[in-house]
Design a protein around this ligand. Structure first.
Ligand code: ZN
Length: 132
């Protein structure tokens, strides 16, 4: 059990579920994004400041990169051994797919990073402000 009475496993599941819906991982209430690339500064539900410190979302790049690598590996294996696509064509296709994937997955990478961080480093009272 943690401070809010939820069992640790349930808290982790809720954090991920809210993050995948691009909602505040902590309360599930407020939207994380005001546009495709622009985040809300605070949760409209609980007031949590999303950028917890300067450069906070740098870690989300690891999630985005890791997901892109897994996708590229799966596509490469399919193209190499199932579809038998020439190597040059694979390189061009994978370059394009990875670039587009990185842009498309941007929001979920940030949301998952925030959920992961909140799971292991719950917010302190000073991280909450008036909900917007
Ligand atoms: Zn919230």
């Amino acid at each position: 059990m943690n401070g809010d009475g939820a069992p640790q496993g349930a808290r982790g599941t809720a954090l991920r579920r809210h993050a995948l819906a691009l909602r505040c991982p902590w309360c599930g209430g407020g939207r994380l994004f005001a546009g495709w690339f622009r985040m809300e500064p605070r949760c409209s539900g609980c007031g949590l400041r999303f950028e917890r410190e300067a450069g906070y979302f740098l870690g989300s790049i690891y999630i985005n990169y890791g997901a892109a690598i897994v996708l590229a590996l799966v596509l490469h294996l399919l193209m190499q051994f199932v579809w038998q696509v020439p190597t040059v064509v694979q390189m061009v296709l994978l370059g394009g797919v990875i670039a587009l994937f990185g842009l498309g997955f941007f929001r979920w990478a940030r949301a998952l990073w925030l959920a992961f961080d909140l799971r292991f480093d719950p917010p302190r009272p000073e991280e909450f402000g008036p909900p917007r």
